[in-house]
Design a protein around this ligand. Structure first.
Ligand SMILES: C[S@@+](CC[C@H](N)C(=O)[O-])C[C@H]1O[C@@H](n2cnc3c(N)ncnc32)[C@H](O)[C@@H]1O
Length: 654
């Protein structure tokens, strides 16, 4: 039964836990024992007799390598069995006979697994640092394969340089092994990782990298468990954090059973006390004792306990599950007219309007002293949509005891219809004038004390707030206030193997030169973000330009090890008024605000970076007569191509 199902979790939030088994000729019995007695969801089992060698077959005419496919039904094979390829396979051995046997067996086992319709097979870890021949054979299989997933088993190890002494050559980082293998296989989307969690764990920064990789399964060896006061298996705090991290990072597409799994492996390493009434006091479920208890069941129970102990997802997070790592084209609110549904989503985000109301209240109090409270302030909401900022402005006026005259300027004629009905419904006719016009071309009858706008994209200026507010600044008094007063974009290098594969699946250049709005999930943030472009309003400088260029250098922490950069996350932070901010940059994001996901700028060729060797990135904001676009590149450690030259693939229309 999936982890969590017992505790009333939604099915989409459950996780599956399997068990690694030895070869057993009697597959039905193996399945029955592990699924019925053990309550595991599936078994990871060899599909072929491990004593089988093709070279022996020629000499001795050995019997078939496995029992009949008929021993299980097709749905049992596909839902409850993950194939485990023979661990003796060594495709990069110096011993030619072994190498040849390995190649034949690998192909035969995969062919057999395909025949059985198992959904995934675990490939044994490469035996040494050199894995080119292994990768070549796997790549051949991947080229001709159906949908079967191949998970390369990788032990989670990384020794520190310090551990090995300054001149040591035996420094090990298993991520490097994975990286060579996937590069050789050209990031094939059906090649993922089965990560072996061992008793000692590397540093937090180095562990973080794996959350951006395609880890399909985490295999926890029984040796990695400690023993609690009652003699039961438990995990160290660091292991607990890692496993709950995997629970969270795994995607939740439960249509696919064979995805995102935990596997218990190894022999029982704990002598479990005999069940007694005392067990009920244990803080996880041990009440399901049966006469024929599965020896690994306490390990499963503990993993289930870790899962059930996690806080349930907040409602908004649950609502956004389907958006995780899903690439969306950014809105073009200037060139296109937004739809009712989009306005509806904005308007549900009360936190955004609370921040605006705070900012407007502060600005009103600064601008209108108490002894002049009866004076009328002219406030213009430019890009009013269906009116939420008009409402926030009126609430700020009420809160501060100030008087307002409001112009609500909106260029989308459909939103203006709703705006009219809102003003009538609320009885705001004497205070609010609706202007159905593009702010850049409006001939305002008077000047404003305060201009309020929300024209911000995930990357701040990417929905052309600078260009629109340049147009609006004509009708702001010389000492008038713009809310927001400034905004800054940020970028951060990411490992994001899933996003990279999704972009790659389009098989064209344009998709690699496009920025996407995305709820980042299965990613690793490799360094803190850095500011890119800032815009300030109003801006009366004479040499004003909205073109920008920024060179940035990122350095990963020394204990991370090498890491792959698949692209950059983009965020913004806006100063609405004085200390009132609004934004999504992770270290200072406005809490409980959900109007904006991050933006993702992909790289055509991922770049591998090492500690001590900075990543140099260049970003440009370019402006033409009818469009604005970004170009970006990496200049170090290797030069990438300049992405989106002349806005050939992605631009925002003026
Ligand atoms: C991001 S929406 C915000 C809408 C509303 N203020 C809210 O918070 O729900 C931006 C709005 O600005 C409008 N807009 C964009 N550029 C504009 C322009 N140049 N002149 C007038 N309205 C514009 C869009 O049509 C859209 O309704």
């Amino acid at each position: 039964m999936p982890l969590g199902e017992k505790a009333g979790f939604e099915k989409s939030q459950s996780r599956y836990c399997g068990v690694e088994a030895e070869f057993n000729d009697d597959m039905p019995q193996l399945l029955n024992f592990n699924l019925s007695t053990g309550s595991f969801d599936f078994v990871v089992a060899p599909l072929m007799n491990p004593s089988y060698r093709p070279s022996l077959l020629e000499k001795d005419g050995v019997l078939p390598f496995a029992a009949s496919d008929l021993v299980l039904s097709p749905s049992q094979w596909s839902s409850h069995v993950v194939g485990k390829l023979s661990s003796w396979i060594d495709l990069d051995s110096e011993d030619e006979a072994l190498r040849m046997d390995s190649e034949t067996t690998l192909k035969q086992e995969i062919a057999w697994a395909n025949h059985l319709s198992v959904q995934a097979c675990i490939l044994p870890p490469p035996k040494g640092a050199s894995c080119a021949n292994y990768a070549r054979c796997v790549n051949q299989i991947l080229q001709g394969s159906n949908n079967m997933q191949l998970w390369l088993r990788i032990p989670l190890v990384k020794t520190d340089d310090d551990d090995m002494g300054a001149n040591s050559t035996s420094f090990i980082d298993s991520w490097e092994l994975w990286n060579s293998f996937r590069l050789l296989c050209e990031h094939h989307s059906q090649l993922s990782i089965a990560l072996d969690i061992l008793s000692s764990l590397p540093s937090l920064n180095s562990l973080g990298r794996w959350f951006g990789e395609t880890v399909a399964a985490a295999i926890i060896n029984t040796d990695s468990f400690l023993t609690n006061g009652r003699g039961y298996p438990c995990l160290s705090k660091r292991h607990q954090k890692l496993i709950t991290g995997f629970f969270k990072s795994f995607n939740t597409d439960m249509v696919k059973l064979m995805d995102d799994l935990i596997v218990i492996s190894g022999k029982p390493a704990h002598s479990i006390p005999r069940p007694s009434s005392d067990l009920a006091a244990n803080n996880f479920d041990n009440n399901s004792e049966s006469p024929q208890r599965h020896p690994l069941r306490p390990y499963l129970d503990y993993v289930g306990f870790l899962f059930q102990r996690m806080d349930p997802l907040p409602e908004q997070e649950r609502f956004e599950l389907g958006y995780r790592d899903f690439l969306q084209s950014p809105l073009q609110p200037l060139m296109d007219n937004l739809e009712a549904q989009t306005y509806e989503t904005f308007e549900r985000d009360s936190m955004k309007y609370i921040q605006y109301q705070r900012a407007i209240s502060k600005a009103l109090l600064d601008r209108v002293p108490d002894d002049k409270a009866s004076a009328t302030t002219v406030l213009m909401v430019v890009g009013a949509g269906r009116g939420p900022l008009v409402r926030a402005s009126l609430q700020a006026a009420e809160e501060t005891g100030r008087k307002l005259k409001i112009y609500a300027v909106e260029k989308n004629p459909n939103a203006v219809v709703t705006l009219h009905s809102l003003v009538k419904l609320e009885g705001w006719e004497d205070i609010v004038t609706i202007i159905s016009c593009d702010m850049r071309f409006w001939d305002a009858p008077e000047k404003a004390d305060i201009v309020v706008s929300e024209l911000l994209g995930s990357f701040g200026d990417n929905e052309l707030s600078p260009e629109c507010l340049d147009g609006a600044q004509r009708f702001l008094k010389q000492d008038g206030i713009s809310i927001p007063s400034s905004y800054t974009s940020f970028i951060q290098p990411l490992t994001a193997a899933k996003l990279y594969n999704d972009v790659k699946s389009h098989k064209d250049l344009a998709h690699f030169e496009t920025a996407y709005v995305v709820k980042l999930h299965n990613i690793a943030r490799l360094t803190p973000s850095q500011p890119v472009f800032t815009f300030t309003h109003p801006d009366y400088s004479t040499k004003k330009s909205n073109q920008r260029y920024k060179k940035l250098q990122f350095e990963i922490p020394s204990d991370t090890g090498s890491a792959m950069v698949h692209g950059f996350a983009g965020y913004f932070d806006a100063e609405l008024y004085k200390d009132v901010h609004l934004g999504i940059e992770p270290s200072m994001a406005t809490p409980n605000m959900f109007s904006w996901f991050a933006i993702f700028f992909p790289l055509r060729t991922p770049v591998c970076i090492k500690p001590g060797s900075p990543l140099e990135v260049h970003f440009w904001r370019c402006c033409g007569s009818s469009k604005v676009w970004y170009e970006w590149c990496v200049a170090s450690p290797n030069s990438s191509a300049i992405h989106n030259s002349n806005g050939r693939s992605y631009w925002v229309g003026l």
